[in-house]
Design a protein around this ligand. Structure first.
Ligand code: ADP
Ligand code: ASP
Ligand code: MG
Length: 380
């Protein structure tokens, strides 16, 4: 048994590394990704990548345009996405591998065009079709990153996340079927890891038990990384992004935001839940269950310490961080004759039907205050 194999069986040096959109956005970003992964080859890396920056939004816009009958504009948008990937392929990958990659990217592009034609004919973009559409971003990016890693001398292997991450059919915001997902991840990844290969999976994308494409909600690649980490009993999950770690507030809103060096799963989960985009809100749950430390790190400054998220840590501050949410509405519902559980059930059923995410902010005898955001709004 090789050293690597025995190490993997213990899971004690397996590291899941997730690279977000800005960490794969262009040639320089992918070169940085390559050297960051190279710095971890002493461990056993498993790579999770998002779509290139802005691509998921562009796919969504193309879908909406096609649904309105503006097929020309939809096709032009996806052609730009395709050309962007082809240009990167040409600068990162040479020779026969470039040929093979070109073939793969072209096949994805043709499938994408064909889906937009269908959307134009049906004149609607439901959440099910939208999941299929948005997933193309990760299909393109994973092909590119896998070949770029191979070109740099690493034995990378593309793994279709949709055949590993199984979810329910709640399109736009699906939840994992945990046992099946763990089983599929182990079955698909263990042989690769034993062979010393570096698996590359798309974040965010998944499928129902019988193979219908789903997504884990916008920003869901972080969640994928934690799901993979838990299934493989990883030693750590690293979230590589465009900021120095989890900060006291969104640095885009407040220039003197500071990095939080260490925090607990609970604190980080709370912050993510209330809008800190740096982590998808569901990310910490599987990591917490499997007690796997999560690190948030800056791919533009890989030497930084980042944020360490572990059990039992505490920032020790009375106020750790401040966060804000977009695309939400505060809703107050009055019950003039007192809180009526049946009526309340009906209200929540309506929110559910429209895929709304609901937070209860407060209740009193005759009133409930909610914060409501919709998956459709978040995706659109
Ligand atoms: P990625 O594409 O790597 O997943 P995201 O854009 O999803 O990156 O998340 C990183 C962004 O999260 C940062 O650029 C920052 O603007 C935002 N953000 C919001 N709240 C926080 C916070 N408390 N700490 C750090 N970043 C935050
Ligand atoms: N590409 C997806 C999104 O933009 C998932 C992710 O970035 O985490 O939402
Ligand atoms: Mg993100």
């Amino acid at each position: 048994m090789s050293k690597r194999q025995s190490r993997f069986e213990q899971g004690d040096d397996l590291v899941v590394m997730k690279f977000g959109g800005t960490s794969v956005e262009d040639d320089a970003a992918i070169q940085r990704l390559i050297s960051i992964v190279e710095s971890r080859v002493g461990s056993q890396p498993v790579i999770v990548v998002s779509a290139l920056a802005k691509v998921t939004d562009q796919l969504r816009d193309a879908g909406h345009a096609a649904a309105k009958g503006h097929l020309g504009s939809a096709l032009a948008t996806v052609r730009n996405i395709y050309v962007r990937h082809e240009q990167l392929a040409d600068s990162l990958v040479t020779g026969a591998a470039n040929h093979a990659l070109d073939h793969e990217l072209r096949a994805e592009f043709r499938a994408l065009e064909s889906l937009l034609h269908d959307v134009e004919v049906s004149r609607k973009l439901d959440l099910k079709t939208q999941d299929q559409l948005l997933g193309f971003g990760e299909c393109f990016s994973t092909r590119l990153v896998t070949e770029a890693l191979c070109q740099a001398g690493m034995n990378a292997a593309h793994v279709d996340a949709r055949s590993c991450i199984a979810t329910d059919a709640r399109h736009g915001q699906a939840s994992p079927l945990w046992d099946l997902t763990d089983q599929r991840l182990q079955e698909n990844l263990s042989p690769l890891l034993r062979a010393g290969r570096v698996p590359v999976l798309g974040g965010f994308i998944a499928s129902t038990e019988d193979g219908v494409p789903t997504t884990l909600g916008r920003g869901g690649s972080d969640f994928t990384a934690a799901i993979v980490g838990a299934a493989l009993a990883a030693a750590r999950v690293e979230i590589w992004t465009d900021v120095d770690g989890v900060m006291t507030t969104d640095p885009k809103l407040c220039s003197d935001a500071r990095v939080i060096r260490k925090m607990s799963f609970d604190e980080a989960a709370e912050l993510a839940h209330y809008g800190a985009k740096v982590l998808h809100p569901a990310t910490l749950a599987p990591a917490m269950r499997a007690n796997i430390p999560v690190y948030v790190l800056n791919s533009r400054r890989p030497e930084g310490e980042g944020t360490e998220i572990v059990a039992g840590a505490n920032t020790g501050k009375r106020i750790s961080a401040i966060t804000a949410k977009r695309n939400v509405a505060a809703v107050d519902i009055e019950f003039p004759r007192g809180m009526d559980s049946e009526l309340l059930g009906k209200v929540f059923a309506v929110f559910d039907q429209h895929s709304c995410l609901v937070d209860v902010m407060g209740t009193s005898l005759g009133r409930i205050s909610l914060l409501v955001g919709s998956t459709a709004a978040l995706a659109g």
